[in-house]
Design a protein around this ligand. Structure first.
Ligand code: SF4
Length: 657
């Protein structure tokens, strides 16, 4: 098989069984790889009546994208999914870079599907055709870097790539996840607890088979073209390849201060990209085949965290660990970022839980009796370090942090206040369980997408203007976007921050684009959304040259819609409907934004735009994909499952003459 490796690896931890299933060409063509494979495998194989995420029947899918292992720019992305997330209570996924995805393809696998539960701690070792479940009792409680070193030493192979949970996953913290290469987080999957429940500490993979490309000469030419177009663009040089995402902190950090409690002007000097590069950055770091190299190795030279060094820090991790918790020191942000990663904790979700507790304590809702004598206060780095350690050990108040935002809200409300009021005031999560550590009020695209989508990164689903990315037709065309799509976006004024109108159009566009990029394994950061010349027709060209199949950009765009509908259908089966597509209550309150005045959220307009999104997507009023919408995309089997489960009774009645 060209492009794909041709095999799905299946592991049953209860029986200790390993099987290899040939990948069908039809399945590969329709669902591409990565997120697309995971969504469809889970849809087909998971019983949605199971509601305990730690049930052995829960499924973990780890899939590289279709282009992983080739030198398609930024094609090292990996999707890690769980059928039932402990934090979100539905199918959830996260996506990360690094080198694990490419290595998995080199070993010969397009997906690793894990079910069951081992009766003791194990890790999965894959070395080309040799696949083995190995004892991991000696790795119990180990942090990620130490576990990684021990696995490499034990296997005697420095080139092995790992995906590991830390003590947080073993203790089933709902904000835990596995990390690839010790620092790359498939954020939002919150799947670490499921790994812990299955007694799966890690996957270590080594592959030497390479990937067969159907048209190598064409592939080289495509690569040369895209490399030149990007590296000669001054916008590329100015931001991502130099500063990574750190520059975003200067913007976003100010919307996060003290659990989003105070958005007045605050000093951001220490958190600036300039400060990072001058005082901490050692050199840039790239994921597999990525010319953008947005990551950085960093080292702290002096002060209380002197000697700490890692590559685990970007805006999405430093932000939650600094201003969100009232901390304005870059060294503390970097250190906390590193520590949380090494323990196996997600930054946004864990920080949101801690921020809620500090906020409650400051308001007198919690006392030292609740915290075991700890004074919870803003800006106290030592306190955060202690709370992180208590979280993974499930000690005292750390148990609440590990159990998540819902447990915190219920604890605080018990006998003292209404649950709804507690959530509105202190909990910074959307109803779909996405941590929102910064305040998006006033940024309608970000508000719209964050309220509806299942991942924080899906803020990218709408808001060009949020990051100051290109905002006019000429700029989008200059970045080689397809004129038809550009015109549709421009006509619907998707960049207008003052209104929710048009955001449904942007969301459909980005749903489709990012479903494709997550499935072929290309990084969102290298798309036009972030000023790069890598649009959907480029993706189609690379995929065609790699697989030898003929993909037009329209085919791929349609694939994106197909993959989005599989996810929508699965969420419907897991009882996630219209009542989950709501604005977080906090964002319904007006706020004063310096330079812009008072910002008032127009809820009626938001609700109308949600209806419009459902219409564009072919969803009914409860977010269930309609039969016709599924069948139009070739998803007859998905429609049949929904039909058999009773979702279309109403449609049938309505259709009667
Ligand atoms: S843009 Fe950054 S995160 Fe994305 S693949 Fe490249 S180096 Fe990795």
């Amino acid at each position: 098989m060209f492009g794909w490796a041709g095999t799905i690896l299946r592991v049953d931890l209860t029986k200790g069984e390993i099987t290899k299933q040939p990948l069908s060409r039809e399945f590969a063509k329709n669902f591409l790889g990565g997120r697309g494979f995971n969504n469809k495998i889970i849809f087909d194989e998971f019983d949605p009546s199971i509601t305990n995420p730690f049930d052995p029947a829960n499924i973990i899918c780890v899939s590289p994208g279709a282009l992983a292992g080739t030198f398609t720019p930024s094609s090292g992305r990996l999707t890690v999914s769980v059928a039932l997330s402990p934090r979100q209570h539905f199918m959830s996924d996260g996506n990360c870079g690094g080198h694990f995805a490419a290595e998995t393809k080199y070993a010969g696998y397009d997906s690793i599907v894990i079910k069951g539960q081992s009766d003791s701690l194990v890790y999965l070792y894959i070395n080309n055709d040799h696949v083995e479940i190995r004892d991991a009792k000696h790795l119990a409680g180990k942090r990620i870097e130490e576990a990684d070193s021990l696995i490499r030493a034990e296997l005697g192979d420095p080139d092995v790539q790992t995906l590991i949970i830390g003590p947080a996953g073993e203790s089933r913290a709902v904000t835990s996840m596995p990390f690839a290469g010790c620092s790359r987080a498939p954020g939002n999957s919150a799947s670490g607890g499921v790994w812990g429940a299955k007694n799966l500490k890690a996957i270590a993979v080594r592959g030497t088979k390479g990937v067969q490309v159907a048209k190598p000469a064409e592939f080289f030419k495509l690569y040369e073209g895209i490399y030149k177009r990007n590296t000669s663009d001054p916008l590329y040089q100015a931001k991502w390849s130099t500063e990574g995402s750190k520059w975003l902190l200067e913007l976003v950090g100010s919307f996060a201060h003290n659990n989003q409690g105070d958005t007045a002007s605050i000093s951001r000097t220490d958190l600036s990209a300039k400060n990072f590069l001058e005082n901490y950055g050692v050199k840039s770091r790239a994921c597999h085949a990525c010319h953008t190299h947005c990551g950085h190795y960093w080292r702290i030279k002096d002060g209380p965290f002197a000697g700490a060094a890692s590559d685990s820090a970007e805006a999405g991790t430093i932000g939650p660990w600094t201003e969100f918790l009232g901390i304005d020191r870059a060294d503390a942000g970097l250190y906390l970022s590193y520590l949380a990663t090494d323990l196996g904790l997600d930054a946004g979700g864990t920080a949101a839980n801690i921020a809620a507790l500090i906020h409650m304590f400051q308001d007198g809702l919690l006392s030292e009796k609740d915290t075991g004598g700890l004074i919870l206060e803003w800006g106290n780095v030592d306190l955060i370090i202690k709370l992180l350690e208590m979280t993974v050990q499930r000690q005292g108040i750390g148990t609440l942090i590990a159990d998540g935002h819902e447990a915190i809200a219920e604890y605080a409300a018990s006998g003292k206040a209404s649950l709804e009021e507690i959530k509105r005031k202190y909990i910074r999560y959307t109803k779909k369980g996405v941590p929102i550590w910064y305040d998006a009020r006033g940024m309608t695209g970000a508000m719209f997408s964050l309220s509806l989508k299942t991942r924080l990164i899906d803020v990218m689903s709408v808001d060009f203007a949020f990051t100051g990315a290109p905002i006019d037709r000429e700029e989008l065309l200059r970045l080689d976007m397809e004129p038809e799509l550009v015109d549709e976006l421009i006509q619907n004024k998707v960049m207008d921050l003052s209104t929710f109108k048009g955001k449904s159009v942007a969301m459909v566009f980005y749903d489709n684009l990012f479903m494709v990029s997550d499935s072929i394994g290309v990084c969102r950061r290298t798309t036009p959304w972030e000023w790069q010349h890598f649009s959907i027709h480029d993706m189609a060209s690379f995929l065609s040259a790699a697989t030898g199949l003929d993909f037009s950009w329209q085919d791929l765009y349609r694939s994106g819609a197909r993959l989005a509908q599989v996810q929508n259908a699965m969420l419907s089966r897991q009882k996630i409907g219209r009542d989950y597509d709501v604005l977080p209550a906090k964002w319904l309150e007006p706020k004063y934004w310096e330079g812009f005045g008072e910002i008032v959220t127009n809820k009626a307009e938001f609700d109308k735009e949600v209806d419009q999104y459902y219409k564009l997507r072919g969803l009914n009023s409860n977010a269930v994909p309609k039969r016709a919408a599924l069948e139009e995309l070739g998803l007859h089997d998905v429609a049949d499952v929904l039909g058999a489960e009773g979702f279309y009774k109403e449609e049938a009645v309505t259709a009667e003459p």
